[in-house]
Structure formats: structure tokens, C-alpha cells
Design a protein around this ligand. Structure first.
Ligand code: SF4
Ligand code: SF4
Length: 179
């Protein structure tokens, strides 16, 4: 290498200049965008959370429990999802179903989303299509571990017949949860 290359200083300043040029150019575009020039875009192409990209239909999002036509959970408490879950974060308590043609129903169905790895095995394993991960809800963080525990009632409230007739309808968020 030549002496000027071995000293590296020229390359260091060349790199700094390139970084600075991109930094100020992007900052100028962000400022212009914030001042109303919607066509000006910086390095961040999606201004989340104000702008959102459509999710893929294959996305695995917050779980929900599906209901029967009579409103009861479709879950028959077979424990397949609890057994297959690699994170051991599903807890089910079985009970007799009032309909004699259905053997069991879940009395309690809890998912600790603080442990869940969103593998989707529970959905794949379910023989009744009773649990789905199609709500499209990804923002359910919490300031506490307890806040990540979702009960049967919360999971059922996401079912289309639950709140406003749409999948992904909002559920009651406890006060300690972030919006
Ligand atoms: S998505 Fe995976 S880790 Fe989460 S509850 Fe289902 S099986 Fe368990
Ligand atoms: S696999 Fe389906 S039916 Fe069986 S306990 Fe889980 S949600 Fe209920």
C-alpha cells in the first residue's frame, strides 16, 4: 500500500464525509416531511405508528379463541395445544359441556404471552379450529408480567361474534398495559 493508504486518515475522513452527507440529507427530508411536504422521505420509509403497512395474511398475531354458534368456546379442552406448546405457556382447565353431545369445554384457558414464541404450533395442533392467530394485533406489550397473561374471556372477546363483529376488534385493555 502507498503511504497515504497506510495512514488511513484520508479514508477515515472520506467515510465520515459520506456518513455526514447521508445524515444531513435524511434529516432535511424528515424536516420537510414534518413541515407538510409529504413527498419528501428520509431513510425511514414508513412513519410508524402514524403510517402502517398492510400485514401479510400469513402473519401470526395475537391469539383468539373461536366460539360456537351458541356463544360457548369451540375448544373441547383436548390439551393438544397445551401439550405441543414449546414454551409451556398455555394453561387449560377442562369442564363438562352443558351440551351432552360435546364432551368437554375449557373452564379456564390462559396464555402467558410473555413466554409465547409465536410459533403457531397451538393453531396447527388444534383439531377443532378453536384457536387462531389472525387478529392482526401486534401491540399488546405490558409493564408487568401479569399484564401479558391473557384469560379465556379476553381471548374470546377477539372472536368476530365477540365485540363488534369483526376479527381483530379491540379487547378491554387493563390499565397497566401500553396502548
Ligand atoms: S404460538 Fe407457540 S409458544 Fe405461543 S402459545 Fe402457541 S404453541 Fe405456545
Ligand atoms: S387444541 Fe384446540 S380444542 Fe384442544 S385444548 Fe387447544 S384450543 Fe382447545
Amino acid at each position: 500500500m502507498k503511504l497515504v493508504q497506510r495512514v488511513y486518515l484520508r479514508e477515515v475522513f472520506s467515510g465520515l464525509g459520506l456518513t455526514a452527507r447521508h445524515f444531513f440529507r435524511n434529516m432535511g427530508r424528515h424536516v420537510a416531511h414534518a413541515l407538510g411536504r409529504k413527498d419528501a422521505r428520509g431513510a425511514v420509509t414508513v412513519q410508524y405508528p402514524e403510517e402502517r403497512r398492510p400485514y401479510s395474511p400469513r402473519l401470526r398475531s395475537l391469539h383468539r379463541l373461536v366460539r360456537r354458534e351458541d356463544g360457548s368456546p369451540r375448544c373441547v379442552a383436548c390439551m393438544m395445544c397445551e401439550t405441543v406448546c414449546p414454551a409451556r405457556c398455555i394453561y387449560i382447565v377442562a369442564a363438562e359441556h352443558p351440551n351432552p353431545e360435546i364432551e368437554k369445554v375449557c373452564q379456564e384457558f390462559t396464555i402467558d404471552l410473555g413466554k409465547c414464541v409465536f410459533c403457531g404450533y397451538c393453531v396447527e395442533a388444534c383439531p377443532e379450529d378453536a384457536i387462531r392467530m389472525d387478529t392482526g394485533i401486534l401491540e399488546f406489550s405490558s409493564y408487568s408480567r401479569e399484564g401479558m397473561i391473557y384469560t379465556k374471556e379476553m381471548l374470546l372477546a377477539l372472536e368476530p361474534a365477540g365485540l363488534d363483529g369483526r376479527p381483530g376488534s379491540p379487547i378491554p385493555i387493563p390499565p397497566d398495559r401500553t396502548p
